[in-house]
Write a protein that binds this ligand. Structure first.
Ligand code: C2E
Ligand code: CA
Ligand code: CA
Length: 716
């Protein structure tokens, strides 16, 4: 909905701007251009036609003038005329019939005059009738006064003239009588009748005459002038307009064409509108799914928190800002305690719920400028820019620890977790992102190994110890290639009198190329973390088997790391190695620790049973250091328990130490187990242990671990 609203506003505006307006402009220009062309064409055609019509009218005027003259001349040159120009009544009759009436009736000559040599009227007919006193007639006088007759030449001529304020056509012809020259003059008024004939000839409509003073009342007129230049009047007519006619003819089809074009444009617009709207909608959708994909790419699906990539980007930005503005940035690496445990006990669903709850608690603790992200199964990271002082960061770390240690109400029930935090501060601990994360990781490791539920701030020494560990791991890996520097030494196990050796414990020794002898306490843990303990332990077993094969009666104890114990195929590997190296499993004692029994009880029990079926003997090492009850441990089918040297060494120091050892011995014996005491250093300890009922003793009192060859010397 929001999208469509956004679409219609922005989209409509851009559609109008980019499609509608240009299209309308194009249409407008096209129509305007076509209209102008049509208008110009029409006007030009009309003008041209009008000019041509005027030429035609002028031509017909001069034609009818010429005709007028021809009619007169045919009379004036007619020979009988001169002989009849007398005043006799018969001649007068003749003249009346053959001149006055004839010319009027035949050709419409309205006034006919015969002038004598002096120019005075001898005979005059108006409209066919003779005038009795022509000299007094105003029309006659007007004609006589006209320019044509007053002119010097008085040639046989025809012309237009104004007579009594009216326009008229005059024609003059000579009549020769004996030696005298008379004149025959004829007049035709340019009246409607005259013009009708003209109009008929020139095919023009509305032809009429108007006076000089008249205002133009017709669309077309021209000024008729006599040859002498006298203005006679206006000839008006209704001009034919072929342009307008053409326009009228093409108007309907043009209109339809315009309509069709407009409709087509409208249709096109509609199509364009819908298709581009669809396009822009799908582009919005595309954008949305792109945004979604971007979100997915930069956020953790489970919690919706930024993922590692995004946090790293934010950290980079914060660091860049910090360098520019001399600010500090804190980085907190948070790891949940007991997460694996909860996951295993309550299931993955509960684990997910816990993670979501943790994400929620973390989010509520932070400022808006802080970023919290999830970067691993149970690992979170906080980027805190613009740190004013370290106290602020420490307070946040403590608040996070407090918040995360509150119980969680999951659908499977209430659980407790907790967290450890590693903390670094830029620029003090560096300004490089990877460097900071690495150091935060080290601090986190320290926090976890110093007992969990704590935050630790990175210190230089931590880095050094980590580096040392890394170096040791690397060197150990090198040593494992050809076992150079590695050795297995053996420490005797004595009977309770301390007189006879009843077995040996194989103990790993490493002579480092530069560090010299590295105690197992310093490298076994590293080997376990890196998994190198597996090949190492297998090698010790092979060595032990070799010794055992040389001395078939010898009982050899071999330590098994929990890492080895939990590795898949552990039992098979042990069996394989013993078979390959020719040892007798009956004389190999595998020392395991309490930890492996607690981790996964059923699995551990199954492994122990399988090992025993393969012939191995099993000893429970460091007995008493763990938290499990004796009763619990006694349910595992082992052959021996080795009481930890801390108990031995507490003899004579702690009051109840004897009692503890006694009860362990009693329980062990009740289950048919051998009880060995470790770390026997003094004869006093030896006798106390003997009194408590122990079966075997091991310790510096008898011997440290020695190379096997030197053990021979020792025995002698
Ligand atoms: P552990 O299994 O309890 O081994 C006995 C440790 O006690 C040995 O230390 C031994 O030298 C020491 N010890 C023996 N008698 C005395 C004594 O009278 N007083 C004192 N203070 N200590 C005594 P070491 O050799 O340094 O080994 C330490 C630990 O390293 C071992 O403890 C064992 O957990 C581990 N380890 C040694 N070799 C191996 C091995 O091959 N595989 C595995 N997985 N762990 C080994
Ligand atoms: Ca041991
Ligand atoms: Ca031990």
């Amino acid at each position: 909905m929001i999208n469509s609203v956004k679409l219609s506003a922005g989209f409509r505006r851009s559609f109008i701007r980019e499609v509608l307006l240009p299209l309308m402009a194009i249409l407008l220009l096209t129509f305007a251009g076509a209209g102008t062309a049509l208008f110009l064409g029409t006007t030009l055609t009309n003008q041209e036609a009008k000019a041509q019509q005027q030429r035609m009218i002028e031509a017909s005027f001069s034609q009818s003038l010429a005709e007028h003259q021809r009619q007169l001349l045919s009379m004036s040159r007619w020979a009988p005329l001169a002989s009849h120009l007398t005043t006799s009544p018969s001649d007068r009759r003749w003249l009346n019939d053959n001149v006055g009436r004839w010319l009027y009736e035949m050709f419409g000559h309205q006034l006919i005059m015969v002038l004598d040599e002096t120019g005075l009227p001898m005979q005059v007919w108006r409209e066919g009738q003779p005038l009795t006193a022509p000299a007094e007639d105003p029309t006659v006088q007007a004609v006589l006064a006209s320019a044509l007759l007053r002119g010097q030449s008085q040639q046989e001529e025809a012309d237009y003239a104004r007579v009594e304020g009216r326009a008229a056509a005059l024609a003059i012809g000579d009549v020769t009588r004996e030696a005298t020259r008379l004149k025959l003059v004829s007049l035709k008024f340019l009246d409607d009748g005259y013009l009708a004939g003209l109009a008929e000839r020139s095919q023009l409509k509305g032809l009429h005459f108007s006076d000089l003073s008249a205002v133009a009342d017709t669309p077309a007129r021209f000024l008729l002038t006599s040859r002498q230049g006298e203005e006679v009047g206006y000839i008006n007519w209704d001009p034919m307009r072929p342009g307008a006619q053409m326009l009228r003819a093409i108007a309907p089809s043009t209109g339809i064409a315009v309509l069709i074009v407009m409709l087509l444009c409208l249709y096109m617009l509609r199509r364009l509108w819908t298709s581009s709207r669809d396009l822009s909608q799908s582009m919005i959708r595309l954008g949305a799914s792109e945004a979604q994909a971007m979100h997915l790419a930069f956020h953790d699906v489970l919690t919706g928190l930024p993922n590692r990539a995004l946090v790293e980007e934010r950290l980079t930005q914060a660091l860049a800002l910090a360098t520019r503005h001399e600010q500090r940035v804190a980085l907190l690496l948070i790891d949940l305690d007991r997460f694996k445990n909860i996951n295993d006990t309550y299931g993955h669903h509960a684990g997910d719920e816990l993670i979501i709850a943790v994400a929620h608690r973390l989010s509520t603790l932070l400022r808006p400028s802080d970023t919290v992200g999830r970067i691993g199964g149970d690992e979170f990271i906080v980027v805190m820019p613009e740190v004013e002082n370290i106290g602020q960061v420490q307070a946040l770390a403590q608040r996070i620890l407090d918040a995360l240690s509150q119980p969680y109400a999951l659908s499977g029930g209430e659980v407790w977790s907790g967290a450890s935090i590693g903390l670094v501060l830029a620029p003090k601990d560096g300004l490089d992102r990877q460097e900071l994360v690495r150091k935060a990781d080290i601090a986190l490791y320290e926090a976890k190994s110093s007992g969990r539920g704590k935050y630790r701030q990175f210190e230089r020494v931590m880095d050094e110890s980590i580096r040392t560990r890394q170096n040791i791991a690397a060197d150990l890996r090198v040593a494992l290639q050809d076992y150079r520097g590695l050795a297995v030494w053996y420490q005797p196990l004595m009977d309770i009198e301390g007189k006879n050796m009843v077995g040996v414990e194989a103990l790993l020794r490493w002579n480092h190329p530069t560090r010299g002898a590295v105690p197992p306490a310093d490298f076994i843990a590293i080997a376990e973390e890196t998994g190198l303990i597996i090949p190492l332990g297998e090698w010790v077993l092979r060595e032990a088997c070799a010794i055992q094969q040389r001395f078939p009666a010898l009982m050899v104890a071999v330590n098994v790391s929990p890492v080895q114990f939990r590795a898949t195929g552990f039992v098979t590997r042990m069996v394989e190695i013993v078979r390959e190296s020719g040892g007798d499993p009956q004389h190999i004692e595998l020392e395991i620790t309490e930890g492996v029994l607690i981790e996964d009880e059923h699995e551990a029990r199954a492994i122990i049973i399988a090992l025993r079926e393969a012939g191995f003997r099993i000893a429970l090492d460091d007995f008493g250091t763990g938290y499990s009850s004796l009763n619990y441990l006694s349910t595992f089918p082992v052959d021996k328990i080795k009481i930890d040297r801390s108990f031995t060494q507490s003899l004579g120091v702690a009051e109840n130490s004897v009692a503890i050892i006694e009860s362990v011995v009693k329980l062990g014996h009740a289950m048919g187990l051998t009880v060995t005491a470790e770390g026997v250093e003094t004869p006093g300890q030896m006798s106390a242990l003997a009194d408590a009922g122990c079966n075997q003793l091991q310790g510096y009192l008898f011997s440290q671990a020695l190379p096997f060859e030197r053990l021979g010397d020792w025995m002698r």
